[in-house]
Design a protein. Sequence first.
Length: 365
Amino acid sequence: MAIAVVCNIYILIPLYSLIANDWNVSVSQTVLGSSVFSFFYAFGLLTFGALSEKFGRKNVLTYGMLGSALFTLLVAFSSDLFTLYLFRALQGFILGSFAPVAFSYCFDHFKETKRTLIIALINMGFLVSGVVGPLISSYVSSIWHWQASFFFFALLYSLLFILALIFLLPTERKQKESSQLFSQYKALLSNRNLIYCYLIVFSLLLSFVSFYESLHRFYEAESMTFVKAIGLIGTVAALFVSKLTKYVGMQRSIIIGFVMMILSLILIALSKSPLIVSIFSVVFVASISIIIPSIISYIGYLGEKHRANAISLYSFILLTGTAFGPIISDVLSFQHVLYLLIAWAFLNIIFITSVKQEKMKEAAK
């Protein structure tokens, strides 16, 4: 589900010129289709976490997939820019039903060790989708037309709806007044330890996106698919996060991740040959794959009875960070992006070491 959902953030990238030629509009106008999607996707992330408390995790995940299939199908029938923007907005909003609810579902149904692994796999899917999404849409559209990519994902979401309906376990519903939502978010954002975690979260996918966006601008586009594919080997590190946190603790796992990030970026900055970049991009991606499941486990713990909303905020902030990635890579050179990410990683180490030690120990139990 994670790969299928997040692929739609990137699915339009190879289709910009095809749609522009088909409708006789500029590429920049079609690019707005992705921006509209991202905005409403972020809004959906904030909305469905709270709704899952009232209507149940399984119901939101299951019927969210059904709605995703419907609106993705509608995107395929877009006939002009207005309908593209409208259906992409609806598609983005309903796809926001997955991430925060899936994470909360993990906390409800799985014990700590298994939960960490499953959360790691979900986040690994988020990273993989950055490469898989454009590859699928590029391949499918080359066989038929750009609409075929959306037909494909509509069919996939329909299948996931059936599987979710059959296999997902129901979760106890918690009836809450909607007026409490903002007070809950206010309470979460008044938690200093959570604020440190959210500051770290903001930089994670921002670092991933700005690194590959700036790398894409620095090298020829033809070489980028290979470099990205090699780098995604690093996502395998997510499978070992539960063992790492068990032996060294949650805080040290996160610090290890940032140290790996810093070293990989320094070595890439010193030697920007495609081979060196490919090798150490594996370490860079591995560092993010270690940090994300560790930090979300801690956020879930700190959220306590407002866990779904805490994770909704996590998902919203994570996605908001990605929106700044292309801006950073557009303003700064590849070398300066590397310097920025190195400095940011050092700052994140300060943030995580500022979290109270007793809280980290309790969360690791």
